[in-house]
Design a protein around this ligand. Sequence first.
Ligand code: MG
Length: 392
Amino acid sequence: MAGKVIAVVPAAGSGRRMGSSRAKQLLLLGGRPILTRTLQVLLDIAEVEGVVVSAPADSLDLVANTCLEPYGLSQAVVLVAGGKERQDSVHNGVTKALALGAGRVLVHDGVRPLAPPELFRRVLDAAGESGCAIGAIPCVDTIKQAGPEGWVEKTLDRSRLWQVQTPQAFDAALLAGALDKAKQAGFVATDEGGLMEWAGHRVRLVEGSRRNLKITTPDDLELARGWLGETDMPWRMGQGLDVHRLVNGRPLVLGGVEVPSSMGLLGHSDADVLTHAVMDALLAAVGMGDIGGMFPDSDPAFKGADSMELLSRVVQRLGEAGWRPQQVSVTLAAQRPKIAPHVEAMRDNLAARLGIEPGMVNVAATTSEELGFVGRSEGMAALATAVIVAVE
Ligand code: MG
């Protein structure tokens, strides 16, 4: 069979069954999004020459920024907009795969990160011979067919029943033909094997794996975390350092508090050095660079910006990436004025924006014993550390 092996990963599902506001493929497993783990497994399989992900049209940037870019996958993975049904998403992915020269297409759910590599090879080999092959495991539970009232109608013969999984592999042209035909006929299958069956092709079963969990409920996620030996929620930490120059005639804003002073800090925003260090620590923890990159001082939108507002935006970005602040500690180096009377208000401001208890925020201040730029009141510096934890 000529042409490349291209993997198509439908990842357009929502988090409804997970009871989470985040799409389930973006939840973290072992500190990485589930989708990222799935893609890394596919990219490690020598036979796979390209990977196409279909994600919801309105979250392409989110998927790129949280699942691809931080893990160096932006070049290796092609992102396309998915559709309303899973089948539409696969269709869009297969169209892209054909454009990339696919001879065989390997369809694999974005929420099956634990599929063993040899399973992909088994399915690909079988599809190389038959054109259509799907992973499946024998049913171990007895299956009943029941009516809408909950009365059993009959007991099915378990020895002939299989639970279907992905990966599923197909001759690319056959799959594309079946997808086109189904679209015209308005037929929707729950898996591509079912679609091929409907289109009149013989589908070969290949022994799947019980480890190949489809993560769709909180129980699944807990099970997967247990298998990976992940007993506690993952956490990360980051550090941030900021310095601003002191000048006459500017307000002195620290931790969102305007501190009475004849001199204030110079900067494009309100120059709240303390809050800037906290934001940098949070962004460092999640691996998103720093506030200079997120709110460039060349952008007039941030002129005179309220740093507490910017902090809220940083916390929001963290949430989109699956993390929330847990603890923050910040130390300000300033020679004068006296900071101590204001630290409680600063701490409360920061805690409110971070969405954590004031007890999880510490604001400390020190002079520099008249030494250096801080000691000469030429500027102030702040150093922060932040601990973040994965959103459940
Ligand atoms: Mg700054």
